[in-house]
Ligand binder design. Structure first.
Ligand code: ZN
Length: 91
């Protein structure tokens, strides 16, 4: 039976090391070079993003796609407006 502890401390994920860490997105263990730096911690040590470069890129790509889709939908909405109705009094 699964316990709460199992849920929150998955044994499959090894703790981060000096040179390797586990991507929070694809859960693959990768070299630290595969992660983008994300500022520094209070001790001045480099901090790294939770997700690897691959996942970060994919994330950015899907965000861009979603944005383009939204823009496209907005454009089509404008075009779908019936012509000739603009400015006509409602009476
Ligand atoms: Zn990843």
């Amino acid at each position: 039976m699964m316990t709460l502890k199992d849920l929150f401390e998955p044994t499959a994920i090894e703790p981060d090391s000096e040179t390797e860490r586990t991507c929070g997105s694809c859960l693959e263990r990768k070299n630290i070079l595969e992660f983008y730096r994300d500022g520094k911690d209070s001790k001045g040590n480099d901090k790294y993003r939770r997700d690897c470069k691959d996942c970060y890129r994919k994330q950015r790509l899907s965000e861009r796609k979603a944005k383009r889709k939204a823009e496209e939908a907005a454009r089509q909405k404008v075009q779908a407006k019936p012509p000739g109705k603009r400015g006509r009094p409602k009476k």
